[in-house]
Design a protein around this ligand. Structure first.
Ligand code: NAD
Ligand code: MG
Length: 386
């Protein structure tokens, strides 16, 4: 029987890698919904090619354009937030959550409520509302499979293991674009420089977040939420080659490392075929040719985001939602040329320190998360405009 699949954020980097895998075996899948935002041409082309039931753009003003691009096909066109949620709720077996930012939280959550298997690339979901996401999955008999490469690696290293035997979890970081830059140059780093990753080909936002280590900061929180380990059990290790994605350390001293090429189709494919392993079109590593893998401890002066993530985990509640919204707003400011590269960390720290505690201590509901998110965005914008 064909598996019914939907891809939220189909036009992005993760979405396109997911489509690459699905399109290789079209008879195995029945594509339900594809969603995007600005890239209407891509969305329509993929929806037609994969014979999706519906294509949705989050941008209401682009509906006519999408309809026009889909003419002559049976794919239904829809637009706007409600249409996006409706698409996420359509009956499916497997849903890829690959919208970027906090905008991915509600659609992923609504998909979980339908009892699907959710392949979770949208790390913001776990950072902003980890407890709510996991609670919903449990209540609705849904399953979440991690798609971030580090978390897929940890998940794979834990197969057949007892969580009580886990001593520590090590997630690796390439160090991003500025790993080897002298500290004094960082303040002048340009958008173009921050948007180029040494190893991974990803969306622009996560690429800049890799240079600032906000990506790894989010992944620290993601690790704690997904695997239920204590913050002091999670380590970040700078590993410039991005071949080892994560390691799990057990109480007998063993370290189980997950090694693979930096290609997201591995983590996506693992989640697509789980619990089986199927052949994937990723490079096979020749370790004799690679010869050397290197490691170093992360520098928290260079990357204050890592320290902030630990503060967020300590604070708990909705601190993750505040942290993420402040980070997204600071990142918007950097992309728009309003602030320098190092200001991003300062703005996030400022917002975390000055946020009214009532927003952070509110119960974790979707409404309260959205409210804390809005408050943090406003606060970050005020700091940017000062
Ligand atoms: P991207 O920017 O390439 O794509 C984002 C997708 O979300 C696009 O389809 C876009 O149309 C859609 N989108 C953007 N804003 C939206 C909105 N407001 N409402 C609805 N849809 C919207 O991003 P990406 O690099 O593919 O990353 C997607 C998610 O996966 C992020 O959360 C990222 O952190 C995570 N992730 C990405 C990678 C990677 O290799 N790219 C690796 C691990 C995790
Ligand atoms: Mg990652």
């Amino acid at each position: 029987m064909k598996r019914r699949v939907s891809i939220l954020g189909a036009t992005g980097s993760i979405g396109q890698n997911t489509i690459d895998l699905i399109a290789r075996d079209p008879d195995a899948y029945d594509v339900v919904a594809l969603t995007g935002a600005g890239n209407i041409e891509q969305l329509a082309a993929d929806a037609k090619n994969l014979r999706a039931d519906i294509a949705v753009t989050a941008d209401e003003s682009r509906l006519d354009e999408l309809r026009h691009a889909l003419r002559g096909s049976d794919v239904v066109a829809a637009a706007g937030q409600n249409a996006l949620i409706e698409a996420a709720c359509r009956p499916a077996d497997w849903v890829m959550s690959a919208i970027v930012g906090a905008a991915g939280l509600a659609p992923g959550l609504r998909a979980l409520e339908q009892g699907v298997t959710l392949a979770l690339a949208n790390k913001e979901s776990l950072v902003c509302a980890g407890h709510l996401i996991l609670k919903t999955a449990k209540a609705c008999d849904a399953r979440i499979l991690p798609v971030d490469s580090e978390h897929s690696a940890v998940f794979q290293a834990l197969v057949g293991e007892d969580m009580d035997a886990v001593e520590r979890v090590i997630i690796t970081a390439s160090g991003g674009a500025f790993r080897d830059w002298p500290l004094e140059r960082l303040a002048d780093a340009t958008l173009e420089q921050a948007s180029s990753h040494p190893n991974w080909d990803m969306g622009q936002r996560i690429t800049i977040d890799s240079a600032s280590m906000f990506n790894k900061a989010m992944e620290l929180i993601e690790t704690r939420e997904y695997f239920g380990v204590r913050p002091d059990q999670i380590e970040v290790l700078v590993h410039p080659e991005s071949m080892i994605h994560a390691m799990v350390g057990f109480r007998d001293g063993a370290l189980m490392a997950h090694v693979g090429p930096p290609d997201m189709r591995h983590a996506i494919g693992y989640a697509l075929h789980w619990p089986e392993r199927q052949s994937l079109p990723v490079e096979r590593l020749d370790l004799a040719r690679i010869a050397t893998l290197s490691f170093r401890a992360p520098d928290e002066v260079r990357w204050p985001a890592l320290r902030l993530a630990r503060e967020v985990m300590e604070r708990g509640g909705l601190a993750g939602a505040v942290f993420n919204a402040a980070k997204e707003t600071a990142l918007d400011g950097f992309i728009a040329g309003q602030i320098g590269f190092l200001r991003m960390g300062e703005i996030v720290e400022d917002v975390l320190n000055t946020m009214d505690p009532s927003h952070i201590d509110a119960a974790m509901t979707l409404d309260n998360v959205a409210h804390a998110d809005q408050m943090a965005r406003q606060a970050a914008r005020r700091v940017i405009e000062q």
